[in-house]
Design a binder for this molecule. Structure first.
Ligand SMILES: *Cc1c(COP(=O)(O)O)cnc(C)c1O
Length: 368
């Protein structure tokens, strides 16, 4: 118990509202709390990969693993809370409910705690104990369902029963983020590249989970009139790729993506194909080979979606080299690999779940 209290105290908490305090006082305090969390945060680093054989082509990896809650979902969670508070959906007593077993629940638990709000993550019973621990350490509650796809309806029901707010990341991600600027991820990328040899990248490569990040990147590129192409990458067992190519938003699959955070069984509302210039499929074995290749280069472990992104970026770089072109390419490190030691960094899990990755490992050796 002592350990738990110590862990909880490690995070700042918004003082509970006092009797007589008006709604507006809480609102001002809540917005102030979210703004100061942002102000305390440094921008995430842009790692420049050193690949001499790609002479004249610069590859950058924006490292989103350094957010306080370890992934790019820190940005999304802050935006979702701000959007819902300013839309009048969340006040000082509103319980928050989300359907997520992943990084979103961890980031939302962090912000709920900052704001003094009750948070429940609805997740499959099979969720890894490590994640449950992380959510509970941040003061969140976990509510389990037996069957994975049941999480959405259960979260909606639970929110209705407790008079709470269902955050619904897959619907609201694209609208919650301020796409014109306000130091969103796109603006940050362009500011950080300003003094580079090729400050306007030829391409930005991004996978989709909610689709929110690619929506923000694509809208920003259009708004600014940049010539940068937005290239979407999709893992196996996901409908985004086929939906993009056939223009069908109703596609579904029974399969479940093996790359955590990306690839979905349905076309989520936040996925905006209209702002994506090109979409490619990346084999899961290539994604896994790429994170091991990356670790050997920079000494950092990344999650599987970073492998999908980077495989896409490296493929583009190889094509540019073949055409004799120069320029820069940007992609994201969405989260770190420490969350996946039992899976993507466990040779037995890889052999059983993914299969042989050596073909892709050899292709990567050819790049540098
Ligand atoms: C959510 C997520 C993504 C995809 O980002 P979206 O903006 O939701 O499309 C990629 N990688 C990881 C690890 C994620 O959690």
């Amino acid at each position: 118990m002592k350990k738990l209290i110590l862990a909880l105290n490690a995070y700042p908490v918004l003082p509970a509202h006092s009797p007589g305090e008006s709604m507006n006082d809480w609102l001002r305090k809540a917005i102030g709390t979210l703004s100061s969390d942002q102000r305390r945060s440094a921008d995430t680093h842009m790692i420049k990969l050193d690949l001499p054989r790609l002479g004249g082509i610069d590859l950058y990896l924006k490292d989103e693993s350094t957010h306080p809650t370890g992934s790019l979902k820190h940005r999304l969670a802050r935006s979702l809370f701000l959007h819902a508070i300013c839309s009048g959906k969340i006040t000082q007593d509103t319980p928050i409910v989300e359907a997520s077993s992943g990084s979103t629940a961890i980031s939302e638990a962090y912000f709920a705690r900052l704001l003094g709000l009750h948070f429940t993550a609805v997740m499959p019973r099979s969720t890894a104990p490590r994640k449950i621990e992380q959510i509970e350490r941040l003061g969140g509650h976990c509510h389990f369902v037996d069957h994975g796809p049941a999480v959405y309806a259960e979260a909606e029901n639970l929110a209705r029963r407790c008079n709470g707010h269902y955050m619904d990341q897959f619907t609201h991600a694209e609208a919650a983020t301020d796409w014109r600027g306000n130091n969103n991820i796109a603006e940050s990328i362009f500011t950080q590249l300003a003094l580079e040899p090729h400050p306007i990248p030829r391409a930005i490569v991004m996978s989709a989970g909610t689709g929110g990040t690619s929506a923000t990147l694509g809208r920003y590129l259009r708004y600014q009139g940049h010539a940068t192409r937005l290239v979407g990458v999709d893992p196996e067992n996901s409908v985004f790729y086929d939906s993009y190519h056939h223009g069908d938003r109703n596609l579904t699959t029974e399969a479940c993506s093996r790359i955590e955070g990306i690839g979905r069984p349905r076309v989520e509302a936040s996925f905006l194909p209209e702002v994506i210039d090109e979409m490619r499929r990346v084999p899961d074995a290539a994604s896994i080979a790429t994170i091991h290749w990356l670790e050997a280069r920079i000494g950092k472990k990344a999650g599987g979606s970073t492998g999908t992104n980077l495989w896409g970026a490296l493929s583009l770089a190889r094509e540019m080299r073949e055409r004799g072109e120069t320029g820069s390419i940007v992609t994201l490190m969405c989260d770190g690999g420490e969350r996946y030691l039992e899976t993507y960094y466990n040779p037995r899990w890889i052999a059983e779940q993914i299969g042989d990755t050596s073909l892709y490992a050899r292709m990567l050796e050819d790049i540098d």
